[in-house]
Design a protein around this ligand. Structure first.
Ligand code: NAD
Ligand code: TYD
Length: 356
């Protein structure tokens, strides 16, 4: 019998990382989950694994070299999958340095320690090892209507401190392949939605605000465009890239679901009107507020490389995925209550109070 595969997953208590951990356990992989548990990390996302001996949770920072070194030596993972990051654009506008610390310096430390450990492995293990870095389409900058979608060779042109820090981390990952031969892979994905998303991002925030009769703050005119992908489809793509992707390559992942923000919010309001009928119209809660500075107008992803090379296809349509997501938030009120700590309330005041 072949040895059970083992992954070191970082940021596995966050929105996307936890989905990937749950899927990996379903596929029988052993998971060592290293997460700092920032405001966005939540062990309730992994409640179903609480007595699973093949999910080992370790609270810690990807910038802690000694800890990473110990984890690698002790568990000898077959791959490292790096989700750990500060991930919210609005927070990066108010506190860019936190993004540099984790996304740039943290990734740099993680790479260095992994490279040193990997270089001492035997030939077979060194050849089969993978370092997969999870990135975003935002590194490519902004598109105008009619521009061709981002492909893997589109030059990087990040506009926010978040996307700049992710771009820097992507460059470091690539450099470790070119310089040291570390077998890396990078994925650049569009906007995710689905269960367990921290309610600071557009879709999760709007669902909860709508239900509570609060304003639905649409930045600017709501005409900015994002491409939406269900988190489970994203994680399935990551697993495929990890198994079959060519090292040194990057793969774009997208949902073929471009929508303006206003369309997304109006669709959510229509779903809520069906799911939780009430006399008021949820759409009447929409408020156009001061725009985000440096707001990228449009993202769109060309993911033909992933589709044609690796045969990936998303299974969720945006319409059904969005309805399912609304139902998940309705069915998990306790999860919602727990993430809305005092720190969450402080953030809502900090980000929204001064928007006209
Ligand atoms: P998230 O904010 O929900 O989760 C991030 C996780 O990383 C949290 O559990 C947090 O505790 C952990 N973390 C933060 N700093 C850490 C550190 N220094 N050491 C260890 N753990 C740390 O983010 P997400 O939406 O799940 O995004 C995960 C990854 O996917 C990020 O790298 C992000 O850039 C990328 N991504 C996100 C999207 C999206 O739409 N959310 C789209 C494309 C790519
Ligand atoms: P977000 O979910 O923060 O993801 P990203 O900025 O990484 O794309 O935002 C998605 C879009 O929704 C983006 O164009 C900004 C907009 N937005 C609002 O209009 N209002 C809000 O309250 C938030 C959080 C986002």
């Amino acid at each position: 019998m072949s040895k059970q595969q083992c992954l070191l997953v970082t940021g596995g208590a966050g929105f996307i990382g936890s989905c990937f951990v749950l899927q990996s356990r379903q596929r029988g992989l052993r998971v060592i989950n290293l997460d700092k548990l920032t405001y966005a990390g939540n062990l309730e996302n992994l409640a179903s694994l609480s007595s699973d001996p093949d999910h080992i949770f370790v609270q810690g920072d990807i910038g802690n070299a000694e800890l990473i070194q110990w984890l690698l030596g002790h568990y000898e993972p077959d791959a490292v999958v790096n989700f750990a990051a500060e991930s919210h654009v609005d927070r990066s506008i108010l506190d860019p340095e936190a993004f540099v610390r984790t996304n740039v310096l943290g990734t740099s430390t993680l790479l260095r320690v992994v490279k040193n450990w990997w270089s001492c492995l035997d030939d077979a293990k060194r050849a089969s090892f993978r370092f997969l870095h999870i990135s975003t389409d935002e590194v490519f900058g902004a598109l105008q209507p009619g521009d061709p979608a981002f492909c893997e060779t589109t030059p990087y042109s990040p506009n926010s401190p978040y996307s700049a820090s992710k771009a820097a981390s992507d460059h470091l990952v690539r450099a470790f392949h070119e310089t040291y031969g570390l077998p890396v892979l990078i994925t650049n994905c569009s906007n995710n939605y689905g269960p367990r998303q921290f309610p600071e991002k557009l879709i999760s925030l709007m669902i909860l605000n709508a239900l509570e009769g609060k304003p639905l703050p649409v930045y600017g005119t709501g005409s900015n465009i994002r491409d939406w992908l269900h988190v489970e489809d994203h994680c399935a793509a990551i697993a495929l890239v990890l198994e079959q992707g060519r090292t040194g390559e990057s793969y774009n992942i997208g949902g073929h679901s471009e929508r303006t923000n206003l369309e997304v919010v109006q669709t959510l309001c229509a779903i809520l009107q069906e799911e939780v009928p009430c006399e008021r119209r949820y759409a009447d809660q929409i408020r156009f507020v001061t725009d985000r500075p440096g707001h990228d107008f449009r993202y769109a992803i060309d993911c033909r490389k992933l589709e044609q090379e690796l045969g990936w296809k998303p299974v969720h349509s945006f319409a059904s995925g969005l309805k399912e997501t609304v139902r998940w938030y309705l069915a998990h009120r306790e999860w919602v209550e727990h993430v809305r700590s005092g720190a969450y309330r402080d953030w809502m005041v900090r980000n929204y109070a001064d928007r006209v």
